[in-house]
Design a protein around this ligand. Structure first.
Ligand code: ATP
Ligand code: 5RP
Length: 324
């Protein structure tokens, strides 16, 4: 059997479904892209549950219903489609156009060995059992608001005031219908402002201050123990140089909604050499070159993306070896 994971995935004929849930503008696509970049477009494709909205934008406003309400989405059709995708079958799915707020033509979608399912309700009742790996992205409220306003105004061309009204209008539905899904995630990614006291020291010498975050990665022990863990053969001198910028890593174990979990806290900026050492290990596993854009220093979200990919590769290896 080849040790190249990409080849093994192709040969296996299996379809792995990765679910990424979280609020609108919470960074789901950002994390999906990390997995896609790592394994490549021939292995990874994605669908968004936005395509399964029942009402167009105008109708939602008229009915005073938000897209976060389960009834504003055709979750039954999503369930059928997940079942078919898991079997490797082509589906015919609706499409939703964010530039107009209306529906487009239905389209065929043929699964690749890994399919990422992004959406507000991906880990909802009836859907999550079809998924092999479940991720919930959970930025602090004000970070999420900032990201959504920026994205909706700059990339989608929406009116700023309308975006703010919509954010406020949605908050109760977020608590009711979206937030609880993290109970069922294998990985929860919490994103906060940096907690490093010396944030000024980090930023004052740089021309453009980097975006600093603290990420708490919660990894549930789950239903697999890596049979062949991806080993960390770390370059110690890179660790020493990592302290050139303020960077903190913390680990502890606890329960997360009844399940034992490992908590990893990442804060500040990791030295690119250390990050590259980690990335090289993953590249070796994947058996292909990976394009991962990096600046001189890598923030906690980038590190979290890499660790999420790491965990996912371990799961795939486990499943392929156990022939599950
Ligand atoms: N790591 C990050 N650093 C800085 N900004 C980010 C980061 N991740 C996301 N953002 C900002 O948030 C916006 C939304 O991110 P993204 O598209 O990944 O969210 P999403 O959850 O997929 O949103 P939606 O479901 O509404 O499409 C991005 O356009 C970007 O401006
Ligand atoms: O919560 C969202 C997920 O991205 C969107 O707001 C929802 O899909 C509706 O889209 P739009 O606001 O473009 O009408």
């Amino acid at each position: 059997m080849t040790s190249n994971l990409k080849e093994r995935l192709k040969e296996s004929g299996k379809t792995f479904l990765v679910g990424i849930a979280g609020d609108s503008g919470s960074g789901k696509t950002t994390f999906a892209n990390a997995i896609r970049n790592l394994l490549g477009n021939d292995i990874v494709s994605s669908i968004t549950l936005d395509d399964y909205h029942v009402y167009d934008r105008q109708t939602r406003w008229k009915l005073n219903i938000t897209p976060l309400h389960p009834e504003a989405n055709n979750l039954k059709l999503v369930e059928t489609h997940l079942m078919l995708l898991k079997k490797g079958e082509t589906i015919r799915k609706p499409t939703y156009d964010h530039s107009t707020g209306t529906f487009g033509e239905w389209e065929d979608f043929t699964p690749t060995p890994v399919v990422i399912v992004e959406g507000l309700h991906t880990l909802y009742d009836g859907l999550r059992n079809y998924l092999d790996f479940r991720i919930f992205v959970d930025p602090a409220r004000y970070i999420k608001r900032r990201w959504k306003i920026k994205r909706d105004v700059e990339e989608r061309g929406y009116n700023r005031q309308k975006v703010v009204e919509e954010i406020i209008r949605r908050e109760s539905d977020y608590k009711r219908y979206i937030d609880f899904q993290k109970i069922y995630a294998d990985v929860v990614i919490k994103i906060f402002p940096t907690a490093l006291q010396s944030v000024e020291r980090i930023t004052y010498l740089t021309e453009a201050p980097p975006e600093l975050y603290k990420v708490r990665l919660i990894l549930k022990s789950g239903d697999f123990v890596p049979t062949e863990p991806i080993k960390l053969d770390i370059d110690l001198s890179a660790f020493v140089r990592a302290s050139e910028k303020d960077f903190a890593l913390g680990f502890f174990s606890d329960y997360y909604y009844e399940k034992p979990a490992s908590f990893i806290d990442i804060d500040g900026l990791m030295n690119v050499e250390l990050f590259s050492t980690l990335l090289d290990i993953l590249k070796k596993e994947v058996g292909a070159d990976v394009e991962w854009k990096m600046n001189t220093y890598v923030n906690a979200i980038e590190v979290a993306k890499l660790l999420v990919c790491w965990r996912f590769l371990e799961l795939i290896k486990f499943r392929l070896e156990a022939e599950l």
